[in-house]
Design a protein around this ligand. Sequence first.
Ligand code: IMP
Ligand code: MG
Length: 182
Amino acid sequence: MPPPYEEILDYTLIDADRLQARIAELGREITADYKSDQEVVLIGILKGSLLFMADLMRHIDVPNIVDFMDVTSYGAGVRESTGTVRILRDITVSIERRHVLIAEDIIDSGRTLEQVLRLLRARQPASLRVCTLLDKPSRREVQVPVDWIGFAIPDEFVVGCGIDYAQKYRNLPFIGKVVPQE
Ligand code: IMP
Ligand code: MG
C-alpha cells in the first residue's frame, strides 16, 4: 500500500473502478425493478452511506427524493456493534404509503439494519427495500432481508467509500482492508 496508508491498510480489496462499475450496475438493477412512474424515497444511513448514496443515485432513473437518517450502533469499541441503535437524526419526510429504499454501507451482524427496518416499517411504507454496498454474510447474527448487494466480502475490517475506522478514511475512493490492531 503506497504512502500515506501503508501503516493502516494491508491491501485494496475493491479498487475504485470495480466499485464504480458495480454501483452503476446496482443503479440499473434498481431502476429496472421499480416501475418508472413509482416515486421512491431513498434513505441513506449516515455517515457510512454518504458516498454510496451519492454514487448510486446518479444511476437511479425513477422519480425519487433523498433523505438521511443518522443512527449509532457502537458503544465503547469501534469495531463491534452493540446491537442497540439510537436515532441521532431522523428523516424529515413522511414515508407512509411510499416506496422506500434504504442505502447502507455495510451489513455485518445485521443488528443495525434490523432495528432501522423495525423503526421504518412501523411508519407503514408501501414497500421497504434495502441496498447495501458491502455485505459480510459470515458475520450475520440476525437475519435481515437485503434486496441488492454490491459485494459480499470476507470477515475483514474495511474502510473507504464512506466506511470508516474511528471516523477516518471515509473519503478513500476504494475499499481497503485495515491492518489488524491489537
Ligand atoms: P451491524 O449492526 O453489525 O450489521 O453493523 C453495521 C455497521 O457496522 C455498519 O453500518 C458500519 O458502520 C459498521 N461496520 C461493520 N463492518 C465494518 C467494517 O468492516 N468497517 C467499518 N465499519 C464497519
Ligand atoms: Mg461505522
